[in-house]
Design a protein around this ligand. Structure first.
Ligand code: CA
Ligand code: CA
Ligand code: CA
Length: 299
């Protein structure tokens, strides 16, 4: 079975979020809202906070791991992964953005369902599932109906992300013997390898304007955040550090790119950078996202 890599180096308890002095949030109106997973009491919970405010709210409290939250496009719901301890056989759940009405959308205790991503048009949720026997990208309606295997490849296709027009998916795939970023039409047709190199490429994220795909790659020695154009060309390393690990690139609604950064030990920091690589800076927040996080869409 697939081994879950929640090993982000450090898992630091996070129940409350300390104050910030606004910093990056100053020019935002309203300030960005972040959903993320924090480690509290030895397991992961989904939390939500507004950048620049001390208003972190924990939305889950079970002893299971709840993580990889993804907002609905209207910001009213959050879809996320729930895992039993030390198991990959999780399910995809949905809840209100206030933590209400938690509902299991996959209900498959012996199948791994994870990394949900809500389409920008709201119609479907893409996720990883072993329901077809291998590891594939599936999509379902937001109520859990209409599940379909869109990659039908089986060789560990995971972490889907949508293009802004909801017509395409990007994901990473191990079908070539190591991880590459692929894209396809939303129905799984026209699957293409966009990265074509022997190093690990993971965590694709489509920019809000549709022009770029950000991703994590180890091609320059360790984890760094890259951006390429959406056709897979002109990849460039935005972080270029050899002793720090930058990963989980996620676009802010304003077009900046955010990502996690940490060393061998110590805190997980949140950083932002522009798509051209300029203005790299640490966000002034004590939030330490474990694994992937997601910014609330602006409407
Ligand atoms: Ca939990
Ligand atoms: Ca690769
Ligand atoms: Ca690095």
């Amino acid at each position: 079975m697939v081994v879950l890599a929640v090993s982000v180096g450090v898992l630091i308890c996070l129940v409350t979020v300390g104050g910030t002095n606004a910093g990056e949030g100053r020019a935002e109106s309203p300030p960005p809202v972040l959903a993320y997973a924090g480690d509290s009491a030895g397991n992961l919970d989904v939390c939500v906070t507004t950048l620049g405010r001390s208003n972190a709210r924990r939305l889950t409290s079970s002893p299971l791991d709840e993580f990889t939250p993804s907002w609905s496009p209207d910001g009213r719901r959050i879809v996320y992964r729930v895992n039993p301890p030390r198991s990959d056989e999780g399910d995809v759940w949905v809840m209100g953005a206030d933590g209400s009405r938690k509902t299991n959308l996959t209900r498959s205790p012996v199948v791994a369902d994870w990394s949900p991503s809500w389409s920008p048009d709201g119609s479907r949720i893409a996720y990883f599932s072993t329901a077809g026997g291998g590891g594939d990208i599936w999509t379902m309606r937001a109520d859990g109906s209409g599940k379909r295997n869109v990659t039908r490849n089986g060789a560990l296709n995971e972490y889907p992300t949508w293009s802004p027009d909801s017509r395409s998916l990007a994901f990473n795939s191990h079908r070539d013997g190591q991880f590459e970023i692929y894209d396809s039409a939303a129905d799984g047709s026209d699957q293409r390898n966009l990265t074509l190199n022997g190093a690990k490429d993971q965590w694709p994220a489509w920019s809000p304007d549709g022009k770029y795909i950000a991703f994590m790659s180890e091609r320059d020695g360790n984890e760094d955040v890259f951006v390429m154009d959406a056709a897979g060309f002109a990849a460039r390393n935005l972080t270029r550090t050899r002793t720090l690990y930058e990963s989980h690139p996620t676009w802010l609604p304003d077009g900046r790119l955010s990502y996690t950064r940490h060393g061998e030990s110590g805190p997980i920091e949140l950083w932002t950078v522009r798509a051209d690589g300029s203005s790299s800076r640490r966000l002034r927040t004590s939030v330490q996202p474990v694994f992937a996080f997601n910014w609330k869409p602006s409407r």
